[in-house]
Design a protein around this ligand. Structure first.
Ligand code: NAD
Length: 518
């Protein structure tokens, strides 16, 4: 019988595994394909020594790489984009085998890989350009701000979008002149390795981007202890641990963490579009996206039209495994995630919630399939009301007006993403009151996520720092100000009495006070 893992060429997996930095003889580990539980290839179980070796090699390669003109570095990323487009089918296969997502979700992830690397390649030179700033004495002091690489950047990525989140952070770090050591999630090493392989084929020096595979709890500490900046994507709990460790070393980090993202449907929304937007926002990638929507607040005036239409559409979502294009939603990615989803639904139902759509596992399709689920009448103290489910489960709640919708949207320690459905102008005004790093108006998450020129990240328990845009590239650099002083010194002239110097300076301060603020 053919298994899901058989979809991948064994020779390809063996070759990809050689990209991992591991001493010979390390034990091997394999993860399971969510569609049917079949074992997927094998990668080494790395140790702390392997992490240090990957760091040593990447640091050794970094100086030569940083000395190359930015345009040269960017050309590698552009060639990588071309390869991603050419090899998209193979990349989608790897993603589907490791995560169980539907073909369409794998396609969207591959598109994101190409677009985010393409954005970084086209904009890095502009963002990294040295800038003249205003000097202490106009005309005499000339400060220029340069962007120096941090040196070595660690990237820790999760399993939900395992190719995009490995590469979208590694590529800007590389273009900023850094070396990188990447630790993908243990469930999805090949999704990251397949992208790393294409970067190397595109001309990236092999040692500059090291990959270590194994458990985060073993590899996390040595990784943090040997880098100059860390980009972490994962749960809030692990993010705190990692950020604390970075703090002790005084190295910077960005932490892209969890969410409990709200969707607000206001009375003047286009309801047909809002229904489709909710389906994509709640159930794309099986609800296993950090930006996906889990809490829907619907204004009273449209509740009785919107919610039945959404329930009906949710019941029609095509659920299925396999490598064709017919399924809209695939499997959950792992047993732990499946257990959270079933527990959140069961607890809510036991506490009196009504199931408007879905609500059940689907073992007939595979061990980890679960129906897209809509719950109504969920009380405030059950887990699904407050904790991130990170699965295909959304709650719907009736609210009096937009003010109540905003108040309830903000009633969470998280602040990653939000979605507002209304007229464009009112939606943008309502967005200003929402505490979230991204707010999508008349879209679920994709408008903000796919705007690669704009920063993306979380407020509150959803994280620190931003990826994408100028902010994402500058975060992996150090600003260095070089100020050249000509002519007069910034102090008393030689031989000038100090009281006279103080009088001149005081007069100058009064004069400067009249200069308009730029
Ligand atoms: P997780 O925190 O368990 O794991 C994430 C990564 O951290 C994995 O690679 C894991 O091996 C590693 N890790 C585990 N322990 C570590 C340690 N002590 N030190 C260093 N690394 C360690 O998260 P998960 O459950 O695998 O991922 C899902 C979570 O990620 C969800 O909460 C989701 O919202 C979040 N997420 C956030 C974003 C974002 O951009 N904000 C994107 C995707 C996923």
């Amino acid at each position: 019988m053919t298994t899901a893992a058989d979809r991948l060429d064994a020779g390809l997996l063996t070759r990809l595994a050689t990209l991992v930095t591991a001493a010979p003889g390390r034990p091997r580990q394999s993860s399971r394909a969510p569609f049917d539980g079949s074992p997927v290839g094998e990668v080494p179980t790395c140790t702390a020594d392997d992490v240090r070796e990957a760091q040593r090699r990447a640091r050794a390669a970094q100086a030569e790489w940083a000395a190359r003109p930015v345009a040269d570095r960017c050309r590698v990323a552009l060639r990588f984009c071309d390869l991603v487009v050419q090899r998209r089918n193979e990349l989608m296969d790897v993603l589907q085998v490791e995560t169980g997502k539907a073909r369409v979700s794998a396609f969207e992830e591959v598109v994101d890989v190409a677009r985010s690397a393409g954005y970084a390649a086209r904009s890095a030179a502009r963002h990294l350009r040295s800038e003249r700033r205003r000097g202490a004495l106009p005309g005499l002091t000339r400060p220029v701000v340069h962007r120096r690489p941090k040196g070595l950047v660690g990237v820790v990525s999760p399993w939900d979008t395992p190719m995009a989140l490995a590469v979208s952070d590694a590529v800007p770090a590389l273009l900023g002149g850094n070396g990188v050591v990447l630790k993908p999630d243990a469930q999805t090493p090949f999704s990251a390795l397949a992208a790393v392989d294409l970067l190397v084929r595109a001309g990236l020096p092999r040692e500059l981007l090291g990959v270590v595979t194994g458990r985060g709890s073993v590899l996390g500490a040595p990784l943090v202890d040997g880098v100059d900046h860390l980009v972490f994507t994962g749960s809030t709990a692990t993010g705190r641990t990692v950020a604390e460790r970075c703090g002790r070393r005084l190295v910077s980090c960005s932490a892209e963490l969890g969410g409990k993202n709200p969707m607000l449907v206001l009375a003047d929304a286009d309801l047909d579009r809002a229904v489709e937007g909710a389906v994509r926002g709640c159930f794309s990638n099986g609800g296993q996206l950090c930006m996906h929507l889990e809490r829907l607040y619907v204004e009273d005036a449209v509740y009785d039209r919107f919610v039945p239409a959404l329930a009906e559409r949710t019941r029609r979502i095509r659920l299925g495994g396999g490598f064709g294009w017919d399924a809209e939603m695939g499997s959950l990615a792992n047993r732990a995630q499946f257990d959270v989803v079933t527990r959140h639904v069961a607890d809510a139902v036991a506490a009196g919630a009504r199931v408007l759509a879905g609500g059940r596992p689907r073992p007939d399709l595979g061990p980890l399939f679960h129906e897209p689920t809509l719950l109504e009448g969920v009380g405030g103290d059950v887990p699904v009301a407050r904790e991130e489910t990170f699965g295909p489960v959304a709650t719907v709640t009736r609210v009096r007006d937009a003010d109540e919708a905003v108040r309830r949207a903000n009633d969470t320690p998280y602040g990653l993403n939000a979605s507002v459905w209304s007229t464009p102008r009112r939606g943008a005004a309502v967005a200003a009151g929402i505490r979230a790093g991204t707010v999508n108006v008349n879209e679920g998450y994709a408008a903000a996520w796919a705007s690669h020129d704009a920063p993306m990240g979380g407020m509150g328990d959803s994280g620190l720092g931003r990826r994408h845009g100028r902010e994402g590239i500058l975060a992996v650099t150090e600003a260095q100000t070089v100020a050249v002083q000509r002519g007069l010194p910034l102090g008393p002239l030689p031989g000038m009495p100090l009281d006279r110097y103080a009088r001149v300076m005081t007069a100058a301060l009064r004069l400067l006070r009249r200069v308009p603020v730029a």
